[in-house]
Write a new protein. Structure first.
Length: 252
């Protein structure tokens, strides 16, 4: 796969992004590891102009962001302005800020996301949906993630599936990437493995997911950015990102 299409999800490094100074130091380390792009998330408040200056200084692209679900739906223009300031095309709705408890609730969420996504599309931007495991709760014949994609407008809501959470929820990452063909600009690469008889998040290539097939299907489906994320790291998070990047470059 192309190295310049692999990004680091900065949420992985959130403990090292608590001040603007921390952000500058950490982004320098991310570039030194070998990344050319990042997804902005999990950092302390910092003016967009200052963050853009740091990114440009390190030669890093902001390929996507995560914004709060509430702000995406209720303050869409502020999100648009932020993305424009970062010269960033994509953001993702990261988690239901008001968790639906019924099929009707998820249908409403899908419609609300489409409405926000249309405003973003009119501004030349793209809204995606990032799943966890909660979206694999079933309501009738469909799980919540199926409802979200079935009931939203593909023109205005794209996908940012998370491989670990799909597997954790009982789904198949390969099949979901196939299902979202043409609707899959972003993909979170997060490893699922077993250590001491317990499910763990691991460095990409250290667990049980079929990465060759996942990447093949995603590339065929139009994925633009492959974003490495590890919510919990068993070693230094910078080393975790480096291990995952090296595996993808050498083995995929």
């Amino acid at each position: 796969m192309k190295k310049n299409k692999i990004a680091a999800q900065l949420y992985t490094l959130r403990e090292f992004l608590k001040t603007p100074e921390d952000i500058a130091k950490s982004l320098k380390k991310v570039k030194g590891i070998g990344f050319d792009a990042v997804q902005v998330s999990g950092m302390a408040p910092i003016p967009e102009a200052e963050l853009k200056k740091i990114l440009d200084g390190e030669g890093l692209i902001c390929c996507a962001t995560h914004e709060s679900g509430k702000s995406i739906l209720e303050e869409t223009q502020k999100v648009i302005d932020r993305l424009k300031a970062l010269n960033c095309k994509y953001t993702a709705y990261p988690y239901p800020h008001e968790k639906p408890t019924s099929e009707e609730g998820y249908v409403k969420l899908a419609k609300d996301l489409s409405a926000a996504g249309k405003k973003m599309a009119d501004a030349g931007l793209v809204l995606c949906y990032h799943n966890h495991a909660i979206e694999f709760e079933r309501f009738g014949k469909r799980n919540a993630l199926e409802i979200i994609y079935d009931e939203s407008d593909p023109r205005y809501l794209q996908g940012e599936p998370d491989t670990y959470w799909i597997q954790f929820g009982g789904g198949c990452p390969v099949k979901w990437c196939e299902r979202l063909k043409g609707r899959l600009p972003l993909l979170h690469l997060k490893e699922y493995g077993i250590v001491d008889n317990a499910v763990k998040m691991l460095e990409v290539g250290s667990g049980n997911l079929d990465w060759k097939k996942i990447i093949e299907v995603s590339e065929n489906g139009g994925t633009e950015w492959f974003i490495i994320e590890q919510d919990v790291c068993r070693i230094d998070p910078f080393d975790s990102l480096k291990m995952s990047l090296e595996y993808l470059i050498k083995e995929i």
